[in-house]
Design a binder for this molecule. Structure first.
Ligand code: MF3
Ligand code: CO
Length: 250
């Protein structure tokens, strides 16, 4: 069941989203060769707690950390670690912020120092696919238009769309209906309505879309060892159109 949100709820989620965007802007400066993702995890947790917010992923179904930090061939739910990031790595930081009982969810991929052209192209295409999908978020369109916008953009570039993880409605709970697939057919699926709040979070691989799970039971990586990137925003569809609740203003 899709729970439509009031303007007031959306405003509170927007406040959570603005704080989350601020955290990503802080991370931008801190993601350099030599930093560890465990240090980034500590930074995020403290930054949020100091501001009266909570890193909602910590404790969610037993997940142990404030952030997910997924490096190179890791698709999502990478555990922060004590090993330093290296020049040329790509890392996706995903987090959910709870502020004043409202949630927002956003992941962002970063290059560490100088990265290869191949990796830069993957980051650019993945981010572009998210914004092409956001362009489809309007009353009267359907969920299939969102998935199609992503798939039809990245596949001709030789990339694949991960199937096993999807976007989701978000509200009181981190995961609500609807399920938002990052592939699909235009004009199909659930109609988009005013008051819907959900994420779009394409995970795009340079190789095939098949995954394999690590022994920790959480981390998914590409089966073929190819590189993976992800950009995620939380979106609200209002009478004035789509609002990107987690947008990072420069
Ligand atoms: N932020 C993730 C999402 O997009 C949730 C990660 S699962 C968690 O849905 F356990 F790490 F929280
Ligand atoms: Co999400």
């Amino acid at each position: 069941m899709i729970i439509l949100k009031t303007d007031e709820q959306i405003e509170k989620m927007h406040a959570a989203g603005k704080l989350l965007a601020q955290v990503h802007k802080e991370l931008r400066k801190r993601i350099v060769p030599g930093v560890t993702t465990m240090e980034l995890d500590k930074f995020v947790e403290e930054y949020l707690l100091e501001r009266g917010a909570y890193p909602e992923q910590k404790g969610y179904q037993g997940y142990p950390y404030a952030i997910c930090a997924s490096i190179n061939d890791e698709i999502c739910h990478g555990f922060p670690r004590n090993e330093p990031l290296k020049e040329g790595d790509i890392v996706t930081i995903d987090m959910v912020v709870r502020l004043d009982d409202a949630l927002a969810d956003s992941a962002w991929s970063y290059g560490v120092g100088e990265i290869s052209e191949e990796k830069q192209r993957l980051l650019d295409a993945t981010k572009e696919s998210l914004y092409k999908a956001i362009d489809q978020v309007k009353v009267g369109n359907r969920l299939g238009d969102i998935g199609h916008a992503i798939q039809s953009y990245v596949e001709p570039l030789g990339y694949s769309v991960v199937r096993d993880f999807i976007g989701h409605g978000i509200g009181r709970n981190m995961h609500e209906d609807p399920q938002v697939l990052h592939y699909g057919k235009p004009g199909r699926g659930q109609r988009l309505m005013e008051g819907m709040v959900f994420t779009i979070e394409p995970m795009i691989n340079t190789g095939g879309y098949e995954i394999k799970m690590d022994d920790n039971g959480w981390t998914a990586r590409t089966k073929d060892g190819s590189m993976s990137a992800q950009y995620e925003h939380t979106l609200a569809l209002t009478k004035d159109g789509v609002i990107i609740l987690t947008e990072q203003e420069d």
